[in-house]
Design a protein around this ligand. Structure first.
Ligand code: DAH
Length: 345
């Protein structure tokens, strides 16, 4: 038995693969092995002798079996190392998602960049001058009612001298800020966050985003505006998109207009979201931007020579574009922090 023990250990240790190991197992602890026969013969021994021999044989079997077990784990490891099991399920990487407004802002920037517009940023805290007066909206002018404003408290100690500040109600103040430091011709867009002191509902938020556009030169006309906006809308919503200009009023443009896109009944294939919006508004058309030819008073506020320049300006709401493009029914979803919403983009 002692010889057999040494032999078994040596053979198990030197097994090069699982098959050799299995042969060793059969040979040393299998049903027909010497050890198995001896164990079976125990019952024929006299009690005294059996008590002396049995524990030794059983211990021997246990230690051979545990060595077999160890060797088996070792060989299984070497078998798979360096190999790739293509059938094993992989670990799924979880990617972050861009917010739909970010996606939309980038699309708008891409489209206007392709038409040589520069992208400019401006401050979210504005002065009364740039947000209103320079845009031909003087104090007590009824047009100020168009923008429900969050006014900011002046810093204490400075009440008398400091100009009144506010959270900008639109991106239009950047028109004058930009013109003060640049000479035409130029074309810019200004994407940014704006604020309105309003009750919220499915289509109103106290803070949202706009993209302002401004193109100025010696002879920029509404025809240029029409071309640029047509390119923009068709790249954004598809080549079938129909739009129309409708007369409107803004203090900083003359003439002023609004641009509507056609939701139903036009060339555009029918779309559930568009149809729902059309039904709720009882109109085939939806307004997507305000625009017009820059009022000469705005050029004057920027200290340009009277009559020297002309240009167009427009302002478009980013949320509204995203709601149309991605069929989002409620503007409040954008700020809900709800991952079930974000993960869809
Ligand atoms: N600033 C306007 C608003 O917030 C939108 C707008 C209208 C911008 C006409 C313009 C424009 O540049 O020409 O309602």
């Amino acid at each position: 038995m002692e010889n057999m023990e040494k032999e078994a250990y040596a053979e198990i240790e030197s097994a090069a693969n699982l098959e050799e190991l299995e042969n060793a197992r059969v040979k040393y602890v299998g049903r027909k092995s010497e050890l198995a026969l001896e164990l079976r013969a125990l019952k024929d021994l006299p009690l005294e002798k059996r008590k002396a021999v049995a524990p030794k044989l059983q211990n021997l079997r246990r230690s051979i079996e545990s060595l077999l077990e160890l060797k088996k784990t070792e060989l299984s490891k070497t078998k798979t190392s360096g190999q790739i099991d293509l059938t094993r399920p992989g670990i799924k990487h979880r990617f972050g998602h861009l917010h739909p407004l970010t996606i939309m802002e980038r699309k708008v920037i891409d489209i206007f960049s392709s038409m040589n517009f520069s992208v400019i940023n401006g401050p979210e805290i504005e002065t009364e001058h740039y947000n209103f007066d320079a845009l031909n909206i003087p104090a007590n002018h009824p047009a100020r009612e168009m923008w429900d404003t969050f006014w900011l408290k002046p810093a204490s100690g400075n009440e008398k001298h400091k100009e009144k500040t506010l959270l900008r109600t639109h991106t239009s103040p950047m028109q004058v800020r930009y013109m003060e430091t640049h000479t035409p011709p130029f074309q810019i867009i200004v994407p940014g966050r704006v604020f309105r002191y309003e009750a919220t509902d499915a289509s109103h938020e106290t803070n949202f985003h706009q993209v302002e556009g401004l193109m100025v030169g010696k002879d920029i006309s509404l025809a240029n505006f029409k071309y640029v906006i047509e390119q923009f809308l068709k790249k954004m919503f598809g080549p079938e998109t129909e739009f129309r200009f409708r007369p409107s009023y803004f203090p900083f443009t003359e003439p002023s207009l609004e641009v509507d896109i056609r939701l139903v009944g036009g060339r555009e294939k029918e779309n559930d979201t568009f149809r729902a919006i059309a039904e709720s508004r009882k109109s085939e058309w939806l307004e997507v931007m305000g625009a017009g030819m820059v009022n000469q008073k705005v050029f004057e506020a920027a200290h340009y020579n009277p009559g020297e320049w002309q240009g167009f300006a427009f302002g478009v709401g980013l949320e509204r574009l995203a709601m149309l493009k991605y069929k989002i029914p409620d503007i409040r979803l954008f700020y809900s922090d709800d991952l079930r919403f974000i993960n869809q983009f």
